[in-house]
Each structure stands twice: as C-alpha cells, then as structure tokens.
Design a protein around this ligand. Sequence first.
Ligand code: AVI
Length: 362
Amino acid sequence: MICAVILLLGEGLRNGVYVSVENIFECQLENEQLAVQDGLQLLEFAPQQRPLLEEVHEGLTAKEKSLPAKLHYDQRGSMLFEQICEVDEYYITRTELALMREISGAIGKAFGNGCMLIEPGSGASLKTDLLLAAMSDPAAYVPVDISRDFLLESATAIKDRHDLEVLPVWADFTKEHPIPVCEAAVRSRAVYFPGSTVGNFSRTDAASLLETFGSMIRDQPDDEQAGAVVVGFDCKKDQGRMEAAYNDAEGVTAEFNYNVIDRLASELGVALDRDKFSFRADWVEDEGAIVSRLWVDQSHTVEMAGDVVTFEAGEAIRMEESHKYTPDEFETLARESGLGLEKLWTDDAADFAVACLRPLSA
Ligand code: AVI
C-alpha cells in the first residue's frame, strides 16, 4: 500500500514524502508523523497547545473574565453534551438530524462521484453516516480532531459502519494541516462541518475558519472537480426559544458549565468552588449570540499560578458563545471568506440551516 501526504501550507499544495506502511511502521516528516494504530493509518500533525494553566490564568485575570470553551469537553462534559442534545428545549440536534435525513441525498449528489469527505472535529455522528451513505462511491473519509483518543474512537466507529478508507488526521482543525492521500482516485474534496459548531466561534474566527476550509477544497490537483464546504448553523429566532435552549429546566446545561469549574480544581489545582457561582445564558443582541456565563454569588479569592485572583460578587466568567445567523448574514460571512452560497436548506420552521458553499473565483 502506498501512502502519501499532501501539505496545505498557505501558498498552496506540495507533495510530501511517499512511504510504504507495509515496511515502515512510522515515518517522520518535518513536524508530522504517519503512524499505524488500531488498523488505521493516522496522520499526526501534533497540535501546538499552550499550557492550559497559562490559558486559564490569562482568561481569569482579564478585564472580562473568561474560560476557554474547549474545557467543556472532557469525558464527563462530552457525556453531558449528549444529554443536552436530548433535552426538550435544545431543538438544535433533532432539527438538524431531521433536516439531514431529508437533504443528504441532495448533498451527496452535489459532491459527485469519488469525493473525499473531510470532517473537522470528527463526530462519527448519525449525520455523518447519513451523508456517507448518500455519497456515490466516496474516495475516503478524513476525520480531523485535536483529541487523539476521540479521533481514533470515532474513526474506528465509521470504519466499522462503512466500507470505506478512513484516514484520521490528528491536528487542530482551525489551523492549516495536512490532508492525507488515499488509495482511490479523488475527484473532489468536501468539508462537512455540522452541528452549529461554527456558532461557537466569534464572527471573526468563524470567517477565518471558513477561509481555512475553503483552502482545503480549493488547493487540489487540477484534474479534480470543484470542492464544496457544507456547514450546519443555527438560525436567529424568537429570543425566548434561543435562551430556553441554553437554560434547560433540568439544569443539564448548567451542569455542563459547572463541570468546567470542577475540572479546574481536580486537574489544575485551581480551587474554584462551584457553589459560589450561578449559571445563566443570555441572548446578546450586539453579538448575535447566546452567551453562557457563570455569575459570582459571593466575593472570594483563589490562588492560581502563584497569583491571587479576586472574584467580585456580581461579575461573571464568560464560558461559551453560541452565535446565530440569518441566512443572509451567513451568506455574507461566507462571501467574506471567499466562498459563495450554492444552496441553502432549512427545516419548515427555518430553525436550522445547512449551507453548501463553493469557492468564489478569484
Ligand atoms: C456544540 N455547540 C454547537 C453547542 C451550542 O449550541 O453552542 C454547545 C452547547 N453548549 C450548551 N449547549 C450546547
């Protein structure tokens, strides 16, 4: 079997080194490595990460306190997120899934034959299954994730369910990263970014993320067809419904946020006490986003990274932002990122939308 690596590095595309994984178990390419694990060919583009304590300290000593939203997703947090997807008030997951059941055939058709499907933040979700099943003779599935364990788990799950080459990439999907070369001939590449995850990025970061996705499908061999970027996003709607989705009556979303406080104590020795905070998520019109915060109930101090940090009663820690877009706003965002809207699907109530974007010609 021949494997190769294509590097997407800003200016465009260059071929990497070719190796035979039958003979070589691992090979080193500058700052990346090709390994074989659990029967999968894993491309490791070791994500550069700042020490977490440094990031947490910076966020909690800023004028407006905040914590990195990625802290939500440890094992317990991921389990809580799955529970959130089931609560009555959180319409997003079930609406998107129902929509994907209706439109995956049309998306598969838009991708054409021999398409390589790249999924940043690999989900191994039902939505991915629907899309892969709807694609005609897909060339390969390429999940990309910063969590190596989660990536291998979801790549294995997809491999078990589909007769398809699965080529996971361990990388930070928000940055340029290599795209593996698969055995089958690739006629086009498509990026699938479902779940309204785009909403968890600020508008500026969402624009650069779409630009990065665009570069993945634009910089492809001459003989391939035009690629596509398919993004699921949550639409602006009645404020009460948006707020209820993040303030569920069972308190699962609150627990999802308190879990971050518990992690700081157990993993980083930052002894924050969840009982001194109250959770609330609010619609912030200026930002076009639901902002989730933990409000300080009683003033207190906490030691952290050799520093003493004060938490004043009435101030808040910003935990997460969930941006919502009208179809027009999303089209404008895409255009600013060099992508044009080819097709937009929504459910009947226009609660959720899936956009198929194509590169705008220069
Ligand atoms: C993953 N992401 C799209 C979810 C959202 O709606 O922003 C995360 C979430 N946070 C609380 N509830 C759901």
